[in-house]
Design a binder for this molecule. Sequence first.
Ligand code: NAD
Length: 441
Amino acid sequence: MISEVETAMKIGIIGTGYVGLTTGACFASLGNDVLCVDNNEKKIAMLKKGHMPIYEPGLEELVKTNIKENRLAFTTSISDAVKKCEVVFICVNTPPKENGDADLSAVEVVSQAIAKHMTSYRLIVEKSTVPVETGSRVKQTIKVNARKNVNFDVASNPEFLKEGSAIHDFLNPDRVVIGVESKKAEKILRDLYKPLSAPIVVTDIQSAEIIKHASNSFLASKISFINLIARICDRVGADINKVAEGIGLDHRIGKDFLRPGAGFGGFCFPKDLAAFIRIAEKLGVEMKMLKAVAEANEDQKNYFLKMIEDNLWNLKNKTVGVLGLSFKPDTDDIRFAPAIDIILKLEREGVKVRAFDPQAINNARAVLNGTVYAKDSYDAVKGADALVILTEWNEFRQLDFKRIKKLMKRPLVIDGRNIYSPEKMRELGFQYISIGRPTVQ
Ligand code: NAD
């Protein structure tokens, strides 16, 4: 059950992206007074007018309502947020460097700025995903840059929301993790999260940082594991859906994250896996298992590409209709999306790609130049030698395949997300290839 906070807090959010904007809007909806900061002026100008810079279901309504209620505001000034708010969340991006390390330069810049503007006690909370021991660096940076006699605490409060269901996940978390060094910081964060009635795990800062990286690495491992099992199924004609059901009903394993596909992507799993491997290496621990998880994911994209090549024979000058560009359904986020990698590789081989996605086309335009963007799913398959499914948006599950068959040059569907029934596709007259399920000709 979600209620409102007993005493509203003034909360500053630095970094108004997928995580920061959701966090800000949700804390405001619980009755707090929230000021969101971003150094992207265009983004802040849009938000002030109630326009969304990202697509996330339900976010626009939540933001608009809370702006109207005067509980949510936007600014480009960190100084304003630090002066006004006792609790300041760092939600900036922590992208991967070439070598896999997390690039923490935005976290450092923001920590310096927070320090400079603090005039009385502040609780600075890292919500961005960061390698273990970043909290100590943030603390040191603030100490060096802050005025003398200004007290502060640093805490870690990793975020576990999923894009596409971010608001629901934020307001209904399986657990809230709080890494703290003082009773005062613990009390503030406990009070803030009290309305969610979720289990709260209180730890030291390092443990909280490890919990986030370990959780994402474990989930990524489950996906790579089931993808490898699916490849065995492909070899022998077994059915991965049944195998996953048989594995997942064991409570020690659980059924979530046992769906095979064309590889995982997004702004969390690939980069967090890489960063965890790197930080462990620096600490003298070689994460052989996680290296294999990352490698299996790269292999999976190539495995899927080979499926396309095997079925089209020569790729040059073939036309492929692609459905899905975002890394998962219900988001416009294409960061590290397998779809982008796969399309780039197909285009390099001379394939003409006609792609459609309900939300991600604008973002894709920045990275895919040779692609033709279709106005809908039917436009994408016009004259296509194959239809390739790369993201499992719900609207792709209910297509008129009789119409699709007439529009295509060849009735071949290669499904990287296993969203159709092989039997139904055969009845409709398609050659249907999916991952880890018997091929129906
Ligand atoms: P994002 O790129 O959508 O948002 C980050 C925002 O920070 C951007 O709007 C950027 O302009 C802003 N920013 C960068 N430097 C700044 C500065 N110096 N001052 C003010 N603003 C600045 O990223 P995101 O997806 O929201 O992820 C943020 C963090 O949360 C990352 O560490 C990510 O790993 C973690 N995380 C993401 C998700 C997710 O699903 N996206 C889930 C859990 C955790």
